[in-house]
Design a protein around this ligand. Sequence first.
Ligand code: HEC
Length: 133
Amino acid sequence: MRSFSVAFLAFCLSAEAADPKSVEWGKYLVDEVAKCGDCHTPRDEKGQLDKTKWLKGAVLDFAPLQPVPGWHKTSPDLTPTSSLWKKWGEGAMVKYLTTGLTPKGKPADPPMPAYTLTQKDAEAIVDYLKSLK
Ligand code: HEC
């Protein structure tokens, strides 16, 4: 019995698939709290977020009234097949969301907020992003 549960625990820890609760929590944080899609999802001709290109990267639909140094007019694709994911990988993505610092040790350019989330929340966001097509 005991050896079974140890083996089962080892299996759970090594399993690739993310905990569905974590994915659900990550979706809530991304879509309802941080609203990442407002900047990272392109809009259709009616100005609505294009649900077929969720978090695929976009040209921002707003700009500052005063010049802001380093302002970025575009946001990158956050889905797991993107070049950003290939470059950063999961570890750097979690670290970025907990520290606000990219692998170069700097914050991203504005208007990307520098989030300093808890480890659990950052991992949930990454689990959700990984679940996207
Ligand atoms: C207010 C608009 C806005 C919101 C909200 C936003 N982003 Fe961004 N994000 C950007 C822009 C613009 C960039 C490009 C900045 C750059 O390349 O330095 C960016 C870049 C990034 C990057 C790459 C950073 C880099 O240096 O290459 C990641 C990862 C990211 N965003 C994740 C997220 C996640 C996850 C959320 C929600 C939790 C989010 N963003 C919410 C605008 C936004």
